[in-house]
Design a protein around this ligand. Sequence first.
Ligand SMILES: Cc1cc2nc3c(=O)[nH]c(=O)nc-3n(C[C@H](O)[C@H](O)[C@H](O)COP(=O)(O)O)c2cc1C
Length: 203
Amino acid sequence: MDFDPADVRPSVFYQQMIHCIVPRPIAWVSTISEDGVTNVAPFSYFTGVGSRPPTLLFCPANNRKGEPKDTLRNIQQTGDFVVNIVSFALAKQMNASAADVPSEESEFDACNLTQKSSLKVKAPRVGEAPVQFECTTRQILNIGDGPGGANIVIGNVVHVHIDDAVVGAKELVDPDQLDAVGRMGGLSYCRTRERFDLNRPGS
Ligand SMILES: Cc1cc2nc3c(=O)[nH]c(=O)nc-3n(C[C@H](O)[C@H](O)[C@H](O)COP(=O)(O)O)c2cc1C
């Protein structure tokens, strides 16, 4: 099978992308609007960017009406956000937080999550999450307009919280304790329990 993306509908291209680019880490992004309504939603088009300066990115697409999702709108209004990492124990609440909740309602309440104040940003953290990255907005890039049009949000990581319970040898996060989940295609997820090591060439 091979195809030119220009010859298929965007929804078909999207489906192939999310089945091929796997597993994807999940940024569980918490924000607050200028009116003080808090929000949390998952985004699996997510990765780290660099460490000098400490940066990460995630990609909120426009909603079906072609408008920014609440997460992006809040970030445009307040200039900051928190990326929370999702452990297996939180997978159901993470999934529930992807529901289309009216802008004036908080997913923190709807999903029974603890809203914890951040140290350096206005956006709250998900208290239950084992890792929380407080971020200020570095840049927002618009990639496409209208429904499904993409945006890239690049954040400066200004503070990191790691639950001591997931810290292992050499002060680093222990993957078994973190028990992070990744997103596959369709409705599938994976856990991070099966791993293997490879020596770097020349080492
Ligand atoms: C695991 C998972 C990953 C998701 N990844 C993305 C993504 O990368 N980009 C996106 O625009 N929506 C993604 N979504 C859908 C959003 O979470 C959903 O549209 C949510 O309602 C947005 O919330 P908001 O309007 O409060 O910002 C994902 C949903 C799930 C369950």
